[in-house]
Design a protein. Structure first.
Length: 212
């Protein structure tokens, strides 16, 4: 029987809103948006965007976790998604361009500490937050972080079901056998006429996974 792995984005997928944008809006005075526009225009990589944008954030880890605590909402169906994967014997993994410190803290707050999370590694410096993407082989990546993990998992013999919401999810989703899409990823899948399943909440994903 073929092994199945569910690779899931975090910001805007598991959470209703992008947590990194909440932080950047609050702590950079909007200065991050010029860098975001460069990324959106294809002038810099997503890794370069996050490195430069979060270098502008001078707050410490505790202050940021306190800030997001009352602002983060988990998308409906997340518990059901995890339960479905466990029941079916599917491996569930989070691969995100977001920052590891808040992803792990948010998961801990809802009682989840047994999921593999691959995200930007962060260090809090007086000059700002140092953000680095470390790939499966221990190499620092500027781009294609999520793609690197899809390739790793497929190389290990998994069929990959991909869940995402953003533009950065398009390339790794296209390398996966199944795509679950919302937001910008959904629009791009429609535009490119890719095979995908749309979702509003994660129970929509569960319904399809149950049949796999």
């Amino acid at each position: 029987m073929e092994k199945t792995l569910v690779q899931c984005d975090f910001d805007g997928t598991i959470t209703e809103k992008d947590v990194s944008f909440l932080i950047l809006d609050a702590y950079t005075g909007g200065g991050w948006k010029q860098i975001w526009n460069q990324y959106q225009g294809g002038k810099i990589s997503v890794g370069a965007f996050n490195t430069r944008a979060f270098a502008m954030v001078k707050a410490d880890e505790q202050a940021l976790l306190s800030f997001i605590k009352s602002r983060v909402r988990i998308r409906a169906g997340f518990d059901e998604l995890l339960a479905c994967c466990e029941r079916k014997g599917f491996k569930f993994t989070i691969v995100s361009n977001g920052l590891d410190f808040y992803i792990k803290a948010i998961l801990r707050d809802i009682g989840i500490d047994n999921i593999d999370v691959f995200a930007a590694q962060t260090r809090f410096e007086t000059s700002g937050i140092d953000v680095r993407y470390i790939g499966p082989q221990g190499e620092q990546l500027e781009d294609s972080f999520k793609d690197a993990y899809v390739r790793l998992f497929r190389g290990r013999g998994y069929r990959v079901a991909y869940i995402g919401n953003g533009a950065s999810d398009l390339s790794p989703a296209r390398q996966s056998q199944y795509i679950f899409a919302t937001g910008d990823l959904l629009a791009k899948c429609k535009n490119m006429k890719l095979a995908y399943t749309p979702f509003a909440d994660l129970n929509d994903v569960v319904k399809v996974l149950e049949l796999m």
